[in-house]
Design a protein around this ligand. Structure first.
Ligand code: NAP
Length: 291
C-alpha cells in the first residue's frame, strides 16, 4: 500500500490555496521557506512560491495571478511602490507606508494592498524586548527609505511621541517627515541631540547588509537603557548590533520583523494565524549567516 504524505507537494489537491512572493530578483527571499514551514506545521493544502517578475511586467503579472486563482502574495524589492498602481483598494497601512508588501485577492477579484512591515517591526519588538513600549520616548530612525517609512508610521500609530529621521540625503528625510506629519521630524546625520534622547534606535539603511559597508555611527551618545535595533537580517548580527550588545544595550536584528510581518498575509491567504516561536526562528535562521 502506498502511503501519501499529508503535507508537501504530493498532498496538493484540486483546491490547493496558492500564494507567492513577487520580486526581481527573488531568489534571495526567505519567504518561501518561512511560509512553507507554516503550511507544513498546520498541514494546510497550500503552496507559496517564488515569482521572479521583471519591473515592466509587474502589473500584468499581478492581474494574471489574480485571474489564475492565487489568494494573494508578498511584494518585495523593487516593486513595493510600483504595485500600488495594480491595487483596487489600499488599506490604511499601505496608504501610510506609501508602499505595499502584501496583496490579497478577494473573491470578487478586488486587488487589495496592505503593508505589514511597520506593524511587523512593532510586534517583533513587543515579543523580543517586552520591557520596551513605543510610548516610552523618542525613537531615532537611521534612513528614510521604504523600511524607515513603514516603521516610522507604525511607531507613531503605536504611541511613540517623537520619531526622528536621520538620513544621508537630508532632503529625503524632510520629505518623509512632511508626508507622515504629526510626530515625525528630520535631523542632520551630524546632529547627536536626537540620538542622545532616544530610547529606541533603528538602522533602516541598507548599511551592514552582506556585501555593503557597515553602518558608521557612534553609539557614544546613546543612553545606556536605549534599545538598538537593525532591520537588516543578512547577517543576523550586524556590526552595529554586536557593538551595541558589547555596550550593554538590548538589541534586536531584522529577522523577527521579517517573521512577524508575514503572519498577516499567511492568515488572510490560508485561514490560520501562525505564531513566531523559537523553532521557526531556528528554521529560517538556518541558512542566514550569523555575522
Ligand atoms: N527585516 C525586514 O523585514 C526588512 C523589511 C524591509 C527592509 N529590510 C532591509 O532594510 C534595508 C533597507 O531597505 P529599504 O527597502 O528601506 O531600502 P531603500 O528604500 O532603498 O532605502 C535605503 C536607505 O539606506 C540609505 N543608504 C544606502 N546606502 C547608504 C550609504 N552608503 N550611507 C548612508 N545611507 C545609505 C539610503 O539613504 P539615501 O536616501 O541617502 O540614499 C536610504 O535611507 C535593506 O537591507 C532591507 O533588506 C528589512
Amino acid at each position: 500500500m502506498t502511503i501519501l504524505p499529508t503535507t508537501g507537494p504530493l498532498a496538493h489537491s484540486g483546491t490547493t490555496k496558492l500564494a507567492g512572493i513577487i520580486g526581481w530578483p527573488v531568489a534571495h527571499s526567505r519567504s518561501p521557506r518561512l511560509h512553507g514551514y507554516w503550511l507544513d506545521r498546520h498541514a494546510i493544502d497550500g503552496a507559496y512560491v517564488p515569482l521572479p517578475v521583471r519591473p515592466e511586467n509587474l502589473l500584468t503579472a499581478v492581474r494574471a495571478l489574480r485571474d489564475l486563482g492565487f489568494r494573494g502574495g508578498n511584494i518585495t524589492i523593487p516593486h513595493k511602490e510600483a504595485v500600488v498602481a495594480a491595487c483596487d483598494r489600499l488599506e490604511a497601512s499601505a496608504e501610510r507606508a506609501g508602499a505595499v508588501n502584501t496583496l490579497v485577492f478577494e473573491d470578487d477579484g478586488t486587488i487589495v494592498g496592505a503593508n505589514t512591515d511597520g506593524a511587523g517591526f512593532v510586534a517583533a519588538l513587543a515579543q523580543n524586548v517586552p520591557a520596551y513600549a513605543p510610548q516610552d520616548g523618542p525613537a531615532v530612525l537611521l534612513g528614510a527609505g521604504g523600511g524607515a517609512r513603514a516603521i516610522a508610521a507604525a511607531l507613531v500609530d503605536a504611541g511613540c511621541p517623537d520619531v526622528v529621521l536621520v538620513n544621508r540625503t537630508r532632503a529625503r528625510a524632510d520629505a518623509l517627515a512632511k508626508a507622515l506629519g504629526k510626530g515625525v521630524s528630520a535631523a542632520d546625520w551630524s546632529d547627536f541631540g536626537p540620538l542622545s534622547r532616544a530610547v529606541l534606535v533603528v538602522n533602516c539603511t541598507s548599511l551592514g547588509m552582506a556585501g555593503q559597508p557597515p553602518l558608521d555611527v557612534s553609539l557614544d551618545h546613546v543612553q545606556a537603557h536605549a534599545v538598538v535595533t537593525d532591520i537588516v537580517y543578512v547577517p543576523r548580527t550586524t556590526a552595529l548590533l554586536a557593538e551595541a550588545a558589547s555596550r550593554g544595550h538590548r538589541t534586536m536584528g531584522g529577522l523577527p520583523m521579517l517573521l512577524h510581518q508575514a503572519r498577516v498575509g499567511f492568515s488572510r491567504w490560508f485561514g490560520v494565524t501562525p505564531v513566531v516561536d523559537d523553532a521557526l526562528v531556528r528554521f529560517v535562521a538556518g541558512d542566514i549567516p550569523e555575522r
